[in-house]
Design a protein around this ligand. Structure first.
Ligand SMILES: Nc1ncnc2c1ncn2[C@@H]1O[C@H](COP(=O)(O)OP(=O)(O)O)[C@@H](O)[C@H]1O
Ligand SMILES: [Mg+2]
Length: 387
């Protein structure tokens, strides 16, 4: 019963003729498309029959027999074209309006494919029950996708954070424990060497070389896991160190440019940008077959931007994104950046090299754009040539 009154069945009986018409109109709009066309068709045929018969009847009366005979084809033509045009117009409007929700669904699906998850299909007055059900299901599906992707996003960020903490812990352990042991071993070997007769020394010297190699190896692993230089000296110095290591290991030419004045940034920002550079350089060494690499760290008034460009073979980022066997390097970069409100842009195509652009909101005292920094220096030191 309550359903009926909500549908407007009772107001139909209670209200005046205006209400009645409005309620009938609303119901007609919500009829399935099949009935809308059937009703429109019946009305059109009935109207055509009545008007056509009346007009021919009147014409037959008013015109003399000869005139009627002469103009009969014009009459037929007039009715045929007028009737056809009118029905085509009415049907096309009707079908267009009735199918508008489908168009809206398609537009919304397309927007969602592009990643605009805030899109929903709005209510439409011409929507029948089936269409309404379809739209409702669609909107619910979008809600589910949004909440799933938010959850996935949150989970991946938790994993990244846990991984970062674990790396820091292992690096600390290697540095503070294992490396200390090896260092004491070296010292003992040195002492031992002094007290040994010369013929026994080569053996201990070999031991010393092996211990030194093990220590270096261990320090490198600890540095790769979590470079102490990043925590101690900050992003700029860590990038310089990373660039040098990269050149040593790959033999590629790498230029690093720092634009603006960049001081210590929030720890999280430094770590994320460092990891982005690390992954981008690993990718270059692994996949790019490049000859030149450029890294630019640029501080503008609104953001801090890290750009890593290579002149290698390039790739199709869209294809990598779509492929099922995808690995986590590029995804990890984007997720890490999202964690600090940053964004990642990948500009690459086969044969065109690759440009990775990471942007994070910045500004404030940590990061002064080049122009601001130069102006500041000018006001601080008006006579640089004298001093
Ligand atoms: N600088 C680059 N030059 C050429 N191809 C690249 C570059 N960076 C990434 N790629 C391509 O993108 C794919 C995905 O990279 P990534 O997510 O880091 O995974 P992985 O390095 O483990 O393969 C790589 O397999 C490679 O085909
Ligand atoms: Mg990779």
């Amino acid at each position: 019963m309550s359903q009926m009154s909500r549908d407007g069945a009772l107001p139909l009986l209670r209200g005046g003729p205006g209400d009645l018409l409005r309620a009938l109109g609303e119901r007609a709009l919500r009829l399935p498309l099949f009935y809308k066309i059937l009703i429109a068709n019946t009305l059109l045929v009935a109207a055509g029959a009545v008007i056509g018969t009346t007009l021919s009847f009147r014409a037959g009366h008013q015109l003399s027999g000869e005139a009627y005979y002469r103009w009969r084809y014009a009459y037929i033509l007039l009715f045929a074209t007028g009737g056809t045009a009118l029905s085509a117009l009415i049907y096309s409007l009707l079908v267009r309006w009735a199918l508008r929700p489908l168009e809206q669904l398609q537009e919304a699906a397309e927007a969602i494919r592009r990643g605009q998850f805030n899109v929903r299909v709005p209510p439409h007055p011409f929507r029948d029950a089936q269409m309404e059900q379809l739209v409702e299901t669609f909107n619910q599906m979008v809600e589910t996708i949004v909440s799933n992707s938010e959850r996935l996003h949150w989970l991946s960020q938790q994993i990244l954070q846990a991984q970062e903490e674990e790396r820091a812990r292992i690096a600390r352990e290697l540095h503070d424990e294992a490396a200390q042991w090896l260092t004491s071993l070296l010292i003992r070997q040195r002492l031992l060497l002094r007290s040994l007769p010369p013929e026994m020394r080569p053996e201990v010297e070999e031991l010393q070389r092996m211990t030194t190699a093990a220590l270096e190896h261990l320090r490198r692993i600890a540095m790769e896991l979590r470079p102490a230089i990043l925590d101690d000296l900050g992003l700029v110095e860590a990038l310089r160190w990373q660039a040098e290591e990269f050149q040593k290991q790959t033999g590629l030419s790498l230029t690093l440019q720092i634009q603006g004045r960049i001081e210590r940034l929030p720890r999280q920002v430094e770590l994320v940008l460092y990891r982005v550079a690390q992954e981008a350089l690993t990718n270059i060494a692994r996949h790019a077959r490049a000859t030149r690499v450029e890294i630019t760290l640029n501080c503008s008034t609104e953001h801090l931007e890290l750009l890593i460009a290579d002149d290698g073979v390039g790739f199709d980022p869209e294809a990598v994104r779509r492929s099922r066997a995808r690995s986590l390097g590029l995804i990890g970069m984007a997720e890490r950046l999202a964690l600090i409100g940053g964004t990642l842009e990948i500009d690459s195509a086969p044969g065109k090299g690759t440009r990775i652009r990471a942007r994070v909101p910045a500004g404030g005292p940590h990061c002064l754009a080049r122009e601001v920094w130069h102006d500041e220096r000018r006001t601080e030191d008006p006579h640089p040539d004298r001093g």
